[in-house]
Structures are given as C-alpha cells and as structure tokens.
Design a protein around this ligand. Sequence first.
Ligand SMILES: [Zn+2]
Length: 351
Amino acid sequence: MLNQKEIYYKALLEKDESYVGVFYAGVKTTSVFCIATCRARKPKFENVEFFSSFKSALDAGYRPCKICRPTENAAPGEIIKAISLISNNPKNKITDYQLRQNQLSPEIIRRWFKKHYGITFHAYQRMYRINNAFQELKSGKNVINTAMDSGYNSLSGFGYTYKKIMKKSPSTSNQQDIILIDRFTTPLGPMFVCATSLGVCLLEFVDRRMLETEFEQLQSLLKMKIIFGENEHIKQTKVQIAEYFKGTRKDFTIALHTPGTLFQQTVWDCLKQIPYGELTTYKKQAQKINKPQAIRAVASANGYNRVAIIIPCHRVIGTNGELIGYGGGLERKKWLIEHENRIIKSDTHSN
Ligand SMILES: [Zn+2]
C-alpha cells in the first residue's frame, strides 16, 4: 500500500492530470511549488512536500513555478493577465488603479482569488514579494544581484535595503548594525522573527497584512538593514514559542528591542503585564496607564505591536467582549485565547 505522499509523488512523476489542484508539490531544493503536470525535471522523493491548498504552499515560503505556473492553471484570461503583471514586476505593488488601467476589474480578480485560492489578490501579491525577497536573502544572492537591479529602489519587501548593504563589504557589517531575520513554523502557521544584537524586534505570522510596512518601519527606526540569519535571541524565541504552543511555557524570558514612541512603549509595557490566560479591554489598559480618555490611542498603539505572542496583544478584547482587530487575524486571536484557557484549566485539574 502506498501512503498519501507516495501516491502524490507517483502522480507527480506520471504528470497525472487528475491531480491538478488536488495537491501542490513544494520542492525544497528550489523553494518553488508545482502542479502534478509540470514539465520540469521531477525532484527526488525526499525533496518534495505536498500541500492541499495553494495558500499553504505560499505560507510555507514556496513561490509558484515558472514552468507549470500553478497560479494560472485553469484560470480565466483576466486572472492570467493580472498574475503576469505581478511576475513582470515582482518588486512592485500592483494597485487597483493599475489593474483598472490594464482593463482588469479589481473586484472580479479579488473574488476569483478568494474563491479558488482562499486569499485575496493583494494577499497573494504580498506573499509573492515576501517569499521572493526572503528566498533571495536566504541564498545570499541579493548582495550582488540587487545592486544592479534598479527595481530594488522601490519600497517593497525587504528590497530597498540591498543597495546600502552593498556599500559595506560583508566583513565590515557587524552584528551591531543589522537586523537578522528567520522563519519558523508554529501550529498556527509560519512566523518571521527578527532580532538585533539587543533583542527581538519582530515576531509576526508571515501572512500579516502590515508586514512590509513593519519591515520598513523597523529599518527606518533602527537605521539598520534586514538580512537573513540567526542569533541567540532568534534561537531562544524559536525554543520558547514552541514551548508556549506545547503549553509548557507561560512567560517569556526573551530580550526585546522594540523602537517606538514613548506612548507606544508605555502601552506595550502594560500589555506585557497582562497575565497568561487573562483578558482585558482597551478601556482598562487606558486606565492602567493613567490615560483613561486615550482608549483609541491605546488601541492604535496595540495595533503597532510588532512582537506577537511575547507582547500579548491577543489578550485585549473590546469592552463588550468581542474579539476586535488582531494583526495575525481574528481566528488566531481566538485560538490563542482558547489555548491559554485550556492550559490554565488543565493545570488546575492536575493540582
Ligand atoms: Zn512546475
């Protein structure tokens, strides 16, 4: 009997059309994902992982294959045109305005992506850019290639950082003036973690809408560039976040380096004091920092928190008990609240 992976692998080798859309094959060695019928040379069994949805392949950091074009398979002409706008301008944002200029309807395109891939066109674009940039950072190609690539002046992904890194030889850029970035997986999906030599400055789910803005802000606030790598703070974060998800960790002992205004710092400090498994409201948080009128400002500063989970903004809910806004998505917020609840309950039972 073949197991699921073997069945899919066989279909991949045989270019079995009936599996198109059933799985997406991520090739670990190239970070590209394909559909069953791809004409490209087939990867070794151990180098493939299979995804049941298009989004999960993107979430895992894979980019659509340029040969089989998994995005365009069975897509209407309009969609193919929109996708080619992205692949021809991989470093720029394609706006609704630009879609209209190309006689494309942003509404139709958004709906088609939602229906067929479970994400919006803009979310797809963002993942495409970020995955591209991250893979380039990872391969180290960026330092040389991008200096010749004027497209990297645009404020997209991590791209705009490359030119300045170029001016320094890699040997002179030390841990002091760079932000390191890495990616790891959690039960709620993959996350990016960034850290300087002083501490962690970002921890976010890879599909967070504000991600590129956060990268830009971090780089400008810290006057540092993002490059791929790992330091002690990043290693510690991976360990402690894994323990958090297992339910064995309730408090973090991770150094943070979170630039922001004085007000934001106050709000974030206040967030860190909310105990594990407890919920509070923006109103109570505003009272706690002696700014009872500043409820909206507190909510906004919460929204600017770039260190998910460790600075537990998921523990803040609306005054009426509703789960309002969460950068990582409301489903994740709900999951985190329930997770902490479950752990607290099982603790009381075992005591
Ligand atoms: Zn392919």
